[in-house]
Design a protein around this ligand. Structure first.
Ligand code: NAD
Ligand code: TYD
Length: 337
């Protein structure tokens, strides 16, 4: 059996990856390490909690006494755990530095001692490149992060690389574009807009709505990580992008159309400070290994909308019963509904 440690496995991408990996690799024994912050939820793993090849550990990556032994016995570490929401990083950056930078440092120190470790996948983001006015970021491009989230991720990205260059830790860095799919916390634009629109609550579109993101279905992301675990080269960085560059205003119309809701639900609101205009990654390197996205955006978005429509059990408790979510919504949008 192959021991795989997934940090942040109770979050959006991590939980999709755990589910995917259990189904794909009969010889993997997965341990999820997750602090269960506001974004991490046992519900995200509800169907794999009892799987005999999966163990769940409730703990902080930054707690060396907990995370160290788990890293030391792993053959593969896939490190998703992070604070991830740009708007929250603008409201308060401390947890981003503690988890994304210092927490990654704690894992990397343990990785130096991990005798059987063959892969340490540092899940970075295309946001480390900063805003790209035209063209597509290549892995060799300069990093110019412009908000506390992307800056903390850039710190972790380069720290992980340095542990390969200095200590020969078998690190691979992945920089994926915006993910979408089931189990995404309803603070990010797609689940927020879908769930607001279901309830006829206005959708707050930042600025002129002309910012561009490249949407990657989470299943395509999982397939890319899996391929890189098998075929990537240590010390290398790999972009992962869906090739679906969409302006926010167009995305919003597609969501409203998909739910048969009126465009009058769009509420233009003040822009995010330092709002990156556009992200776009060149995925030639990853495609050279045989990967290509399999989920057309139209299908993926339709299925994602349908998932939120059918799984109110999952998101209603967050939006309606969680005082922390209401407090965040109030702080971010100046309203409680
Ligand atoms: P998420 O916010 O849904 O999940 C993060 C998970 O990490 C949660 O389960 C949370 O409880 C856990 N966590 C946070 N701090 C922790 C700590 N100190 N110790 C242990 N667990 C902790 O995030 P996501 O969208 O699934 O993103 C996962 C990773 O992918 C992150 O590293 C993020 O930077 C990266 N990424 C995300 C996207 C995207 O579009 N969502 C795109 C590219 C890269
Ligand atoms: P988000 O999902 O927060 O991802 P990121 O900022 O990491 O790309 O936002 C995606 C885009 O949607 C981004 O350009 C900001 C915009 N946005 C809004 O217009 N309104 C919102 O309420 C949110 C959360 C995001």
């Amino acid at each position: 059996m192959v021991d795989v440690l997934v940090t942040g496995g109770a979050g959006f991408i991590g939980s999709n990856f755990v589910r995917y990996a259990l189904a794909t690799h009969a010889d993997w024994r997965i341990t999820t390490l997750d602090k269960l912050t506001y974004a991490g939820r046992r519900e995200n793993l509800h169907d794999v909690m009892d799987n005999p090849r999966h163990a769940f550990v409730h703990g902080d990556i930054g707690d060396a006494a907990v995370s160290g032994p788990l890293v030391e016995k792993a053959a593969i570490v896939v490190h998703f755990a992070a604070e991830t929401h740009v708007d929250r990083s603008i409201l308060a950056a401390g947890e981003f530095i503690r988890t994304d930078v210092e927490g990654t440092f704690v894992l990397l120190e343990a990785a130096r001692r991990a005798a059987g470790l063959t892969r340490f996948v540092q899940i970075s983001t295309d946001e480390v490149y900063g805003s790209v006015a035209s063209g597509a970021s290549r892995e060799t491009d300069e990093l110019k992060p412009r908000n506390p989230y992307s800056a903390s991720k850039a710190g972790a990205d380069r720290l992980a690389y340095s542990y390969w260059a200095t200590y020969d830790v078998p690190v691979i860095v992945t920089r994926a574009s915006n993910n979408y799919g089931p189990y995404q916390f309803p603070e990010k634009v797609i689940p927020l807009f879908v769930t607001n629109a279901i309830d006829d609550i206005p959708v707050p579109l930042y600025g002129d709505g002309r910012n561009v993101r490249d949407w990657l279905h989470v299943d395509d992301h999982c397939r890319a990580i899996d391929l890189l675990i098998e075929q990537g080269t240590s010390g290398e960085v790999y972009n992962i992008g869906g090739g679906n560059d969409v302006m926010n205003v167009d995305l919003t119309h597609r969501i409203l159309d998909g739910l048969r809701k009126p465009a009058s639900l769009i509420k233009p609101v003040a822009d995010r400070p330092g709002h990156d205009r556009r992200y776009c990654v060149d995925t030639t390197k990853l495609r050279g290994l045989g990967w290509q996205p399999q989920v057309p955006f139209e299908d993926g978005l339709r299925d994602t909308i349908e998932w939120y429509r059918r799984n109110e059990w999952w998101w209603r408790p967050i939006k309606e019963n969680d005082p922390a979510f209401k407090a965040y919504y109030q702080a971010q949008y100046g309203r409680t509904t």
